[in-house]
Design a protein around this ligand. Structure first.
Ligand SMILES: [Zn+2]
Length: 444
C-alpha cells in the first residue's frame, strides 16, 4: 500500500518589502507567507501562523520578496540546450537567477519542420514539445511552457482540435516563421480562438530567414480580439517605426512585450508612453533568447532594472511586468504573491556597495540585484545563482544561514541549498512533475 505523503509546510518570515506582482497594487504590508504543498495558503504577519509546526521556516532577514520571474519569449528546442549557442543548460542558468517560468514563442532546431507547407510536421513538433516539457522540468523545477504552433499552409480545424486535446495552447509569434498575411491566417486564428489558444504576433522588421515584416496595418486588419500579445514591440531586434508603434498603442488594447534582445531606445519610448496613458498593465517582459544575440540568464531582471531606472517606474511595478502582468494575460497560476497561487517566490537583495538600501532602491538606481533564494512550488531550488550578482544578506533556513562564499560554488555551482532538491520536489514519488496550473486569462 502506498504510504500517504505528508503535507509539506513552509513559512517565509521577516520580509522587508513584499512585491505582489499586481501592477496597480505592487507592494503589500505583509511580512510573512504561509505555504502548504507548494501553494500559497496565507499572506500576513508572523504572529498569524503556527511557525513551530512548519517543516521549514525561511527567514529572509529583511530582504525583498517577489514572485518568480516569467520570460514570455524564448525560442527553445527540445530539452535544455540551445543549438545556436552550442550551449547546454541555458534554462537551468535562468532558473538559478530567478526565472521560474519560461514560455515558448516557437521551437527552433536544426531541421525542425516549421516552414510553409509541412502542416503535419508543424503540428507534430508542437505536440512533442508540449509533451517533453510536461515531463521535464529544467534543473528539476523550471516551468517551461513548450509547444508553440507555427502557422503553416494546410492546418485544419481538426488539427487545432487535436492539438488542443493534446494540451497545446500556444500559437508561436505569427510572422516569426510560417504564415502571417491576414488572408492566410484569418481562418486559422478563428480556430485558434475556438480552442482557446494564446495568439502572439511578431511585430516590425524580419529577423531570421522565413520571418516576415509585420506592420500595424496587418495587426489592425486582424482585429485586436484575435491577438493576445504583440511580441517584441520594441523590435526583434529591429524596431518598427515609431508612428506605426504608436498606432498599435493608441488604437488597440493589446498587451505589448518588451524584450532584452531588442531596441532599448524603443523600449524607453513605449514604456514612457504607456506610463503617461496609465496603461502599464499592458507591458510584459521577454528575452527573445537564445539567438545569435545570446542566451542571457539575467536578461529579465536586467530589463526590469532598465525600465525602473531609465523610465522612473517604481521597481515593484517593473517587477510586476515580469510576473503578475504575464501570468494574467497568459492565465498562469503563478506570478503573484496571492492565496491559491503556486509558491514560485524569490528573495532578492541589493548588491553590497549599492547606493540602494534594499533591492527595489538598487533597481531604481540602475543596479542589477542579486537573488538569495529561488523557490518553485514551495521548494528552495537555489540559494544563489551562478554569479547572478551577490546579495548583501542571505536567507536563514530553520535558523541556519545559507549563503555561498566559496568562489567555486558561487561562480560555477549549482549552489547547494543544503538538502536534496530532487527528493524534496518532483521525482521522489516516481511520478512525472505536475503540470503548472492554468487560470482564466484576463487582458486587464
Ligand atoms: Zn519575432
Amino acid at each position: 500500500m502506498e504510504a500517504m505523503k505528508k503535507m509539506t509546510t513552509r513559512a517565509i518570515v521577516n520580509i522587508g518589502q513584499l512585491v505582489t506582482g499586481d501592477i496597480y497594487q505592487p507592494l503589500s504590508k505583509a511580512t510573512a507567507i504561509w505555504i502548504e504543498d507548494g501553494i500559497i495558503k496565507a499572506v500576513g504577519k508572523e504572529g498569524d501562523f503556527p511557525l513551530g509546526s512548519a517543516d521549514m521556516v525561511i527567514d529572509v532577514q529583511g530582504m525583498t520578496v517577489c514572485p518568480g520571474l516569467i520570460d514570455a519569449h524564448v525560442h527553445n528546442t527540445l530539452d535544455d540546450y540551445a543549438p545556436q549557442q552550442r550551449e547546454i543548460g541555458w534554462m537551468e542558468n535562468a532558473l538559478l537567477v530567478g526565472v521560474t517560468t519560461i514560455i515558448s514563442e516557437g521551437e527552433q532546431g536544426p531541421g525542425f519542420p516549421r516552414f510553409f507547407d509541412d502542416a503535419i510536421g508543424s503540428k507534430a513538433t508542437a505536440i512533442l514539445a508540449k509533451r517533453v516539457f510536461d515531463r521535464f522540468r529544467p534543473a528539476g523545477a523550471l516551468k517551461m511552457h513548450g509547444g508553440a504552433l507555427v502557422l503553416v499552409n494546410g492546418l485544419t480545424r481538426d488539427d487545432f482540435k487535436e492539438m488542443a486535446e493534446a494540451g497545446v495552447w500556444l500559437v508561436a509569434e505569427i510572422g516569426g516563421g510560417g504564415l502571417y498575411r491576414p488572408e492566410d491566417i484569418g481562418p486559422m486564428l478563428k480556430w485558434a480562438k475556438e480552442f482557446d489558444f494564446f495568439v502572439s504576433m511578431h511585430f516590425g522588421a524580419r529577423s531570421i530567414p522565413g520571418s516576415s515584416t509585420v506592420s500595424a496595418a496587418e495587426i489592425l486588419a486582424l482585429g485586436e480580439d484575435m491577438i493576445d500579445k504583440i511580441a517584441h514591440a520594441n523590435g526583434g531586434s529591429t524596431a518598427a517605426p515609431w508612428d506605426m508603434t504608436l498606432e498599435i498603442i493608441e488604437q488597440t488594447n493589446i498587451p505589448l512585450e518588451m524584450i532584452h534582445n531588442g531596441n532599448h531606445k524603443m523600449m524607453h519610448r513605449i514604456v514612457r508612453t504607456l506610463k503617461e496613458r496609465d496603461e502599464l498593465h499592458r507591458l510584459v517582459l521577454g528575452t527573445d533568447c537564445p539567438t545569435g544575440q545570446g542566451a542571457i540568464p539575467n536578461a529579465i531582471m536586467r530589463t526590469a532594472v532598465f525600465i525602473s531606472a531609465i523610465d522612473d517606474i517604481p521597481a515593484a511595478q517593473a517587477l510586476a511586468m515580469a510576473t503578475g502582468n504575464t501570468a494574467r494575460i497568459y492565465g498562469l497560476n503563478t506570478g503573484f504573491i496571492q492565496v491559491g497561487r503556486e509558491a514560485d517566490i524569490l528573495a532578492i537583495d541589493y548588491p553590497p556597495g549599492s547606493v540602494g538600501t534594499n533591492a527595489l532602491e538598487a533597481m531604481e538606481n540602475g543596479d542589477t540585484v542579486g537573488v538569495s533564494m529561488v523557490m518553485v512550488d514551495g521548494n528552495i531550488v537555489s540559494v544563489k545563482g551562478r554569479d547572478g550578482r551577490p546579495t548583501a544578506r542571505n536567507i536563514k533556513v530553520n535558523g541556519k544561514e545559507l549563503g555561498i562564499s566559496n568562489i567555486n560554488d558561487y561562480l560555477f555551482g549549482p549552489p547547494n541549498p543544503g538538502f536534496n532538491v530532487y527528493e524534496a520536489t518532483f521525482f521522489g514519488d516516481g511520478k512525472p512533475p505536475r503540470v503548472p496550473g492554468r487560470v482564466p486569462r484576463k487582458r486587464a
